[in-house]
Ligand binder design. Sequence first.
Ligand SMILES: O=C(O)CCC(=O)C(=O)O
Ligand SMILES: [Fe+2]
Length: 291
Amino acid sequence: MNAPRNTQYRHLEVHKIAGSLGAEVHGVDLSRDVSDQALAELRAALLDNLVIAIRDQNMTPAQQLAFARRWGEIHLHPFMEGMADYPEILAIIKRPTDKKNFGGSWHTDQMFSPCPAMGTMLYAKEVPSAGGDTLFTNQYLAYDSLSDAMKTIARQLRTVCVGDNFKSANGLSRKDRYSGQMSEMKVKDPGNVQTTSVHPLVRTHPETGRRLIYIGGHVQHFDGMTDEESQPLIDFFMRQSIRPEHTCRVRWQTGTLTFWDNRCTQHFAVNDYPAETRIMHRITVCGDQPF
Ligand SMILES: O=C(O)CCC(=O)C(=O)O
Ligand SMILES: [Fe+2]
């Protein structure tokens, strides 16, 4: 490990993995009852680093669920079917025959919901011999690095976010996109769960109080503006978000549990392991209405 240990922690070892966001955590066993002190340090590590990769875990679905419940209520994905025994857990599976992967474009989870997920935890069950990393952005920096004039413009915009048939998927439904391409990912009908929402482009993080650019692949256009008017600005804010110096990259090992703060990051699952299997167990924790 090259990065120096962050000494503010007593119950965990925390090492940054990039300059702008992301840390590796060692020294905690999530399959046991995590102490309140260790949980408070995990929360501090998450708020400070936005993404924490907790290494060397060995947990059952029930243990992962118990850990997730310490953070809040579980958010159910309106479009994706959970595991038969654990509907709260989504198995993200890519087989050698699958051409596409789940989450293979820049986005933030469930931005189309009125109260999108606060955070997402992915637990690596099986990883390819190389590749299958996940990239993350720091959306605070996407805001902080704007000029004052652009910040003022950004603060007036609201995004219209859609969960299905969205523009970046060429209007194809999830069912049509996933069938045949992601053989083990089951799409369900959301019923009357709301899957279109309007959010402020500049969001204030409810715990840190910091402003950030809240944007991702579900954004269709700005409220009250045409597609043609919106797209150049959407492209600009996306480019600003994914500048290399605003990103980090998590390299998985079997047993890594990565937890990201979905309110202030975007992520991208890299599809670069065509002949191998990758299996993740995913749980999302409920969040608040963005303001
Ligand atoms: O598989 C991954 O690395 C991330 C997939 C994704 O977008 C998600 O779990 O929300
Ligand atoms: Fe995602």
